[in-house]
Design a protein around this ligand. Structure first.
Ligand code: GA4
Length: 328
């Protein structure tokens, strides 16, 4: 029985459970209303590339409404959900992540962040309530992300303070939204001492990612010392991480943090919702002028977001994508 189940899982990545390490001072917690927020954000982005945001101003009812709608969607039959696929560019995906053979113990919906989100041609699959919950949530989260990016600019001493936020506010901003459902691991006995990977290790290509999850653990971030730190779930807060584009725009000062998600234990499922704030396609991704004295000091070759995105979609999830854009 156990052998059979293990065979069924052989396409999935299973890792030996490792002893969790914890950050000496824990994950930085930043209160958006704190007058010191701008400095604390800069510090967290430099040290880890990751922080928790509280007092964020996103109404709890927007969050719970979207969570309930997402639960309803993922409870539809497999055959019905499949008609909302494939996930590229937007739609339902199951187990497969990206176009190059990555898989995970996950099903998801990838959506655009316009006021008219789409699931391929199957918008009618989900109710009007689903769409309005998505839109009200995204509008509020975007607003909070702009605020964070403006505080970031203040903390970095960059003017105007909208240098970063304007890229997400732009009508042509290439942002996206993801609803992830990690079903319970199949049989905990069969995996004893092991963990099934829900979403393999990777960095996010965009500027900033804003994540909210239900009360289930699984997310881990990779620390400088080479260990993985679990991120305790907190359903009323957001976790924000620096993406590759922001690492480049700060000339490596901010770190695009590697992260992954382990599949939940039996009887629990994890639901996360992530807004990925990206720049317009033709935007040049170069260090902000005030962060480098001369152009030659940039650690990276010059490239546009569309060039980076194309290269990302040719890569495997765990590849170090910025590598080929670094100056040698
Ligand atoms: C990681 C961050 C976002 O989830 C995402 C992912 C995208 C996908 O799932 O299609 C990618 C992945 C992500 C990075 C490398 C490429 C593209 C899968 C993959 C192998 C939507 C994104 O923008 O990049």
């Amino acid at each position: 029985m156990v052998v059979l189940e293990q065979r069924a899982l052989e396409h999935f990545k299973i890792i030996k459970a490792c002893k969790p390490t914890n950050l000496p001072c824990g994950i930085p917690v930043i209160d958006l209303e704190d007058p010191e927020a701008k400095n604390l954000i800069v510090h967290a982005c430099q040290e880890i590339g990751f922080f928790k945001l509280v007092n964020h101003g996103v109404p709890m009812e927007f969050i719970t409404r979207l969570e309930a709608e997402a639960v309803k969607f993922f409870s539809l039959t497999q055959a019905v959900k499949d008609t909302a696929g494939p996930p590229n560019p937007f739609g339902y995906g199951n187990k497969r992540i990206g176009p190059n053979g990555d898989v995970g113990w996950i099903e998801y919906l990838l959506l655009n962040t316009d006021n008219n989100p789409v699931i391929n041609s199957h918008n009618s699959l989900v109710s009007q309530n689903f769409w309005s919950a998505v839109v009200e949530y995204i509008v509020a989260v975007k607003k909070m992300a702009y605020q964070v990016l403006e505080l970031m600019a203040d903390g970095l001493g960059i003017e105007p303070r909208n240098v970063l936020s304007k890229l997400l506010k732009d009508d042509k901003s290439d942002s996206c939204f993801r609803l992830n459902h990690y079903p319970p691991s199949p049989d905990w006995q069969a995996l004893s001492g092991k963990n099934l990977i829900g979403f393999g290790e990777h960095t996010d290509p965009q500027i900033i990612s804003v994540l909210r999850s239900n009360n289930t653990s699984g997310l881990q971030i990779f620390l400088k010392d080479g260990t993985w730190a679990p991120v305790p779930p907190d359903q009323s807060s957001f976790y924000l991480n620096v993406g590759d584009a922001l690492q480049v725009m700060t000339n490596g000062r901010f770190k695009s943090v590697k992260h992954r998600v382990l599949a939940p234990e039996t009887n629990t499922s994890r639901l996360s919702m992530i807004y990925f704030g990206g720049p317009p396609m033709n935007e040049k991704i170069v260090p902000l002028p005030t962060l480098v004295e001369k152009e030659e000091e940039s650690l990276y070759k010059e490239f546009t977001w569309v060039e980076y995105k194309k290269s990302a979609y040719k890569s495997r999830l765990s590849d170090y994508r910025l590598g080929s854009f670094e100056k040698t």
